[in-house]
Write a protein that binds this ligand. Structure first.
Ligand code: TEU
Ligand code: CA
Length: 573
C-alpha cells in the first residue's frame, strides 16, 4: 500500500508458504497459486495475518526459484499473473497481507541481464555482474567457495573472465557497485509494490556488498568455508539499503525482513534501528548454527540447551532499539521438533513447548507451513529422492570423502532442506495426502501421514490449536509486543524460563526440555514480593498439557516437555 509507514508488522504473525508444496489445484503434482488461494481459510483460522511466499517468479529452478530469470513474471507452473492478482485480492479481503521473496544478491544465469553480460566485455549489461580476470599465475581470482560446493568463480570464454557466484554457478552475483543495477532492482520492487504486495523478505541481503579487495578466505573453498567469510556485511551494504529505503520502501506502508547470515546483534542493530531507515527486521542465524558439526548443518549434534538460552536471550536483550524476527523453521531448515524436541513419544508436547518458547518472546514470529501441526523430519525412501541442490552436492561431497552411506543417510535425515519441502499433509487418508491427485514433485512423507490438518482440526489438544492460542495472545497481550525480557533460572539444566514485563503486566514463560517429569513450582521463580503475595491473581494462560492445574500453586512438577505461560496482570487492587 502507498502511504506513510506504520509498524503493523510488530503485531503480525507470519505464515510462510513454500508454493511448490502447499496445495496443487490442477493436479500436475506441483503446488500453485490457486491452491494457496483455496487454502486461505485455513490460514485465517490459524490466525496468522501475513503470508510470506517463497519465490514464484520465472526460474529454471536450479535452486527452486532462488534463481530468477524474470522478476516480473509468474512461473507458469504456479499459474498466471491474474491468479496472483486474485490471490492478493482475496487475501487482502480477509485482512491477510502477502510479502514476496526478493532475491537480488544474484539472478539466474538465464536472466536477460546475464545472457547479455556474459556475451562480451562491452555490452550494456557488461557491469551488471562481478567479472574478474584470473590471477597472474592463471589461478582463480580468489579462493572463495560457493555455498553448494566448489569454487565461487566460473570461467566464461567469450569474456576470458570469471564471474562470481556465492551460490550455484547458475546464480551469478549482481554487481551492486553499479548504480544501474540498484536502479533496476528498485524498479522491479516498485512493480510489485504498486500491485499492492505488503513487503519483502530479502534473500541473503547481507551479502550484496562485496569487499572490493576480494581477499582470500583463510581456508580452502570447502563446503563449510564458503562465501560467508568474504562477503557478509560488506562495506557498502548499509548505504545500499538506505538508498533502497529512501527511493522505494519509504513510499509504501510495507514490512521488510532481511535474511542476513553471519550477522551479530551489533550488525543487526545497524540493519533494524528505525532511525537508520534500512529494514524492519532481519533473520539472524546464530541459533541455527548452535548444532553445526564437522559438515556444518549436516551433523548429528544437538544444540546444548545452555547455548540456546544464552543465544536467544542475547538477541532479546541486544535488540531493544531494533526488532527481532522469531523463527525455528523455514524452507532451508529441518523440522524443529526433530531438531530440538522429541519427534517420537513427546512430539505434541515438545512441538507446543517450542511454539510457546518462541511466541512468548519479543519480535515478529514466523511459522513455516506444517510447523503448526508439529511436522517432523520425513524419512526419504532413498538418497536418490532428495532433490535440493544443497543436499545433492553434499551427498556427492560425502561420497568423495568415503563416508559410509549409513552416515550420509543419517545426516541428510537430520539436516537436508528437503525435510521442510515435502508436500503439506492435508489429509493422510487421501492419495498424496490431499495435496494433489498426481504424484508430487517431492515424495509425500509417510512419517507425517497422521500429522495432518484433518487430524489436527479434530483434536482440541492438537499443536494447531496451541499455535492458534499463541497467535491470539499476541494480538491481545500488549506485553508480548512492548515487554522487556529477562532470562530466569539461567543455570537450570532442563528449563528455559524467562519473563516479559511492561511495567503493568508480567508474563512468565516456563519451558521444560526434559523427557521426564522434573520438580518445579512457581516459587522457584524470582517473583517480586507483590507477585508472591498475589499468587491467586496469577493466570495460567496456556499449557502444553490439557490438565495443568489452573491454580498455579498446585503445580509441583513439569511433565516431559511441558510449557507454561503465566500472567500476573496489572496492579491488582
Ligand atoms: O539462503 C541462504 C542461506 O544462507 C542458507 O540458509 C542456505 O540456503 C543454506 O541452507 C546454508 O546451509 C537463501 C535461501 O533461503 C535459500 O533457499 C537459497 O538457496 C539461497 O539463499 C540462495 O538464494
Ligand atoms: Ca499445480
Amino acid at each position: 500500500m502507498k502511504g506513510p509507514q506504520t509498524d503493523w508488522w510488530k503485531n503480525s504473525v507470519v505464515y510462510q508458504i513454500y508454493p511448490q508444496s502447499f496445495q496443487d489445484s490442477n493436479n500436475d503434482g506441483i503446488g500453485d497459486l490457486n491452491g494457496i488461494r483455496s487454502r486461505l481459510d485455513y490460514i485465517e483460522s490459524l490466525g496468522a495475518d501475513t503470508i510470506w511466499l517463497n519465490p514464484i517468479y520465472v526460474s529454471p529452478l536450479v535452486d527452486n526459484g532462488y534463481d530468477i530469470a524474470d522478476y516480473r513474471a509468474i512461473n507458469p507452473m504456479y499459474g498466471t499473473m491474474e491468479d496472483f492478482d486474485a490471490l492478493l485480492a482475496e487475501a487482502h479481503a480477509k485482512g491477510i497481507r502477502i510479502i514476496m521473496d526478493l532475491v537480488v544478491n544474484h539472478t539466474s544465469d538465464q536472466h536477460d541481464w546475464f545472457i547479455q553480460s556474459k556475451s562480451s566485455r562491452d555490452n550494456p549489461y557488461s557491469d551488471f555482474y562481478i567479472w574478474k580476470d584470473a590471477k597472474e599465475d592463471g589461478s582463480l581470482p580468489n579462493n572463495w567457495g560457493s555455498t553448494f560446493g566448489g569454487p565461487a568463480w566460473t570461467y566464461v570464454p567469450e569474456r576470458d573472465q570469471y564471474y562470481l557466484h556465492c551460490f550455484a554457478k547458475e546464480q551469478p552475483d549482481l554487481n551492486w557497485e553499479n548504480p544501474a543495477v540498484r536502479e533496476a532492482v528498485n524498479d522491479d520492487m516498485r512493480f510489485w509494490l504498486d500491485k499492492g504486495v505488503d513487503g519483502f523478505r530479502m534473500d541473503v541481503i547481507s551479502v550484496i556488498s562485496k569487499d572490493p579487495a576480494f581477499p582470500d578466505n583463510d581456508g580452502r573453498y570447502t563446503y563449510t568455508k564458503s562465501y560467508y567469510m568474504g562477503a557478509s556485511n560488506g562495506p557498502r551494504v548499509h548505504e545500499f539499503l538506505q538508498e533502497m529505503n529512501e527511493k522505494v520502501l519509504s513510499h509504501y506502508d510495507v514490512m521488510t525482513v532481511g535474511e542476513t547470515p553471519n550477522t551479530t546483534t551489533d550488525q543487526a542493530l545497524l540493519y533494524t534501528d528505525p532511525e537508520r531507515k534500512e529494514l524492519n527486521m532481519i533473520f539472524q542465524f546464530e541459533h541455527m548454527h548452535l548444532d553445526y558439526g564437522k559438515y556444518g548443518k549436516f551433523s548429528v549434534e544437538r544444540a546444548p540447551l545452555a547455548d540456546l538460552k544464552e543465544n536467544l536471550s542475547k538477541w532479546q536483550y541486544n535488540l531493544e532499539q531494533g526488532w527481532n524476527s522469531l523463527y525455528w523453521n523455514n524452507h532451508d531448515q529441518p523440522r524443529a521438533v526433530s531438531r530440538y524436541g522429541d519427534d517420537g513419544k513427546y512430539r505434541v508436547e515438545s512441538a507446543k513447548m517450542l511454539g510457546t518458547l518462541l511466541h512468548g518472546m519479543k519480535g515478529t514470529p514466523y511459522i513455516y507451513m506444517g510447523e503448526e501441526l508439529g511436522q517432523i523430519n520425513p524419512v526419504f525412501p532413498s538418497l536418490d529422492d532428495y532433490q535440493d541442490i544443497e543436499t545433492r552436492c553434499f551427498i556427492d561431497l560425502l561420497r568423495e570423502n568415503n563416508e559410509p552411506e549409513s552416515f550420509i543417510r543419517e545426516v541428510c535425515h537430520n539436516g537436508s532442506r528437503d525435510n521442510a519441502r515435502v508436500p503439506m499433509v492435508w489429509d493422510g487418508d487421501q492419495p498424496n495426502h490431499g495435496f494433489s491427485s498426481h504424484e508430487p514433485w517431492l515424495p509425500c512423507s509417510k512419517a507425517n501421514q497422521e500429522i495432518s490438518v484433518k487430524n489436527a482440526l479434530k483434536d482440541p489438544d492438537s499443536v494447531f490449536y496451541h499455535y492458534r492460542k499463541l497467535i491470539a495472545l499476541r494480538k491481545t497481550l500488549p506485553v508480548l509486543r512492548d515487554g522487556t525480557y529477562t532470562l530466569l533460572l539461567e543455570d537450570h539444566p532442563q528449563i528455559f524460563a524467562y519473563k516479559q514485563t511492561d511495567g503493568s503486566d508480567t508474563l512468565y514463560v516456563i519451558c521444560s526440555f526434559a523427557d521426564g517429569t522434573i520438580p518445579f513450582s512457581i516459587q522457584d521463580l524470582p517473583l517480586s514480593n507483590q507477585e508472591k503475595s498475589n499468587l491467586n491473581h496469577a493466570q495460567l494462560l496456556l499449557s502444553g498439557y490439557p490438565d495443568t492445574p489452573q491454580e498455579i500453586e498446585k503445580i509441583h512438577s513439569l511433565r516431559p516437555y511441558e510449557s507454561l505461560m503465566i500472567l500476573f496482570p496489572g496492579q491488582p487492587d
